[in-house]
Design a protein around this ligand. Structure first.
Ligand code: UD1
Ligand code: UDP
Length: 368
């Protein structure tokens, strides 16, 4: 084969590292391309970033843009300018972006305007709630990307209904499941659960970080009350996202949670540690996108504190249920009353099979 393709793989935030890992390793094995890892630096704490590179045996990024925190315009604008500069210097053939964070949009826009082809992993998801910054990022990224790799049928339907031509859409499945399957042996031997004194099936995992839940002090306070009440009947382990930590401190709610004997507050965890805890949980209480999918795949009941989801397949084919904060306690009771985790009968959605990265590599090769 003649000249190799130069591919930039872009990651910015915790969920991105989980999504790029299988694709990086799959592309690195191919002889027809050179892959360059770009870290924009949106997440930068050791336990929000470097820990994932270690867990997934990812090399040090080829380029780190050092974007850091800021308003949406600051983060998106800084990334747009920094990545455009890199594209002009190095002229990759493809920029591959994942998910729905600010860097996903910024890097797609920078690349497409100077004629670099863009591939979007996890394309086509729609919550239809434009007050979510991620929904805006999804719509705009999909509008400019040259190839849209979708995780589920509903995502393809969304893209078609927006007039995106069929030839740009490739249904490849859910890459988060590639990571889960690839890491499963290490997740299973991890002893983090025991270290925290948790008994398999006897606790719930909590994560929260959506602005709609944590940036509004009244909503956050209501959720803290609900968690305190739930912890009287079910121990909770809560790895606290840095945004949430800051909001709990500002609202003087951290000490209330921390003082509660049934609630174990911990720092954000690396992937293997976190999944060791999640896989042993009786249920998950969350507003995370990724956790709706992981629990669907694992057959673990999930209560998602949101009014919409961009992942409706987790409701129709999975274990997920959308609840308001004031419904949370009753919803937990309902899950505990059922108490049948029928993983044996559980069938994951189509192409959530650990082979999404391989399909993306095939799709790229076909489009060379
Ligand atoms: C971002 C993504 C969101 C994703 C989430 C995953 C956007 C618009 N949002 O939200 O879609 O679900 O990541 O976790 O792209 N902070 C630290 N250390 C860090 C990172 C953040 O202290 O390493 C703090 C900073 O105070 C920062 C705040 O967390 O201002 C929010 O971080 P940011 O990356 O802006 O948004 P997330 O809420 O993490
Ligand atoms: N996760 C982790 N450690 C934690 C919390 C989450 O490794 O302490 C993982 C988990 O697999 C989850 C993923 O990070 O699915 C996604 O992160 P997050 O919820 O921050 O982002 P979202 O999926 O909502 O964009």
């Amino acid at each position: 084969m003649g000249v190799k393709l130069d591919i930039d793989l872009v990651a910015a935030a915790r969920p991105n590292f989980i999504k790029i890992a299988p694709l990086f390793h799959a592309l690195a094995r191919e002889s027809w391309c050179d892959v360059r890892l770009i870290h924009t630096g949106q997440h930068y704490d050791e336990n929000m970033s470097a820990a994932f590179f270690t867990d997934f045996a990812l090399p040090k990024p080829d380029l780190h843009l050092g974007i850091g925190s800021g308003t949406h315009a600051e983060q998106t604008g800084r990334t747009l300018m920094a990545y455009e500069r890199i594209c002009l210097e190095h002229r990759p053939d493809w920029a591959i972006v994942v998910g729905d964070v600010n860097a996903t949009l910024a890097c797609s826009l920078a690349a497409t305007k100077i004629g670099i082809r863009v591939g979007h992993v996890e394309a086509g998801l729609r919550s239809r709630d434009r007050s979510m910054p991620e929904e805006v990022n999804r719509i705009l990224t999909d509008a400019v990307a040259d190839v849209l790799w979708t995780p589920s049928d509903d995502a393809g339907d969304n893209l078609r209904s927006e007039g995106i031509p069929e030839e740009r859409i490739d249904f490849v499945g859910n890459i988060m499941i590639d990571t889960l399957e690839f890491m499963r042996p290490r997740i299973e031997v991890s002893r983090v659960r025991e270290g925290l004194g948790l008994v398999a099936g006897g606790y719930a995992v909590v994560t929260l970080h959506r602005p709609s839940n944590v940036d509004d002090p009244a909503q956050l306070s209501m959720l803290v009350d609900a968690l305190v009440r739930i912890s009287a009947e079910l121990p909770l382990v809560f790895p606290v996202h840095p945004r949430t930590r800051a909001r709990l401190d500002e609202a003087a709610l951290w000490r209330r949670l921390d003082a509660c004997v049934g609630i174990r507050l911990v720092e954000p965890l690396g992937y293997v540690s976190f999944m060791n805890i999640l896989t042993g949980a009786a249920l998950a209480i969350t507003d995370s996108g990724g956790m709706q999918e992981e629990t669907t795949y694992l057959g673990i009941p999930c209560l998602t504190i949101r009014t919409t989801t961009e992942r409706p397949i987790t409701l129709t084919q999975g274990t997920n249920r959308l609840v308001r904060g004031d419904q949370l306690r009753d919803a937990v009771d309902a899950v505990l009353a059922k108490a049948t985790r029928s993983t044996a009968l559980h069938r994951p959605p189509a192409l959530w099979d650990g082979r999404a990265a391989a399909r993306i590599v095939d799709s790229l090769r076909r489009r060379m």
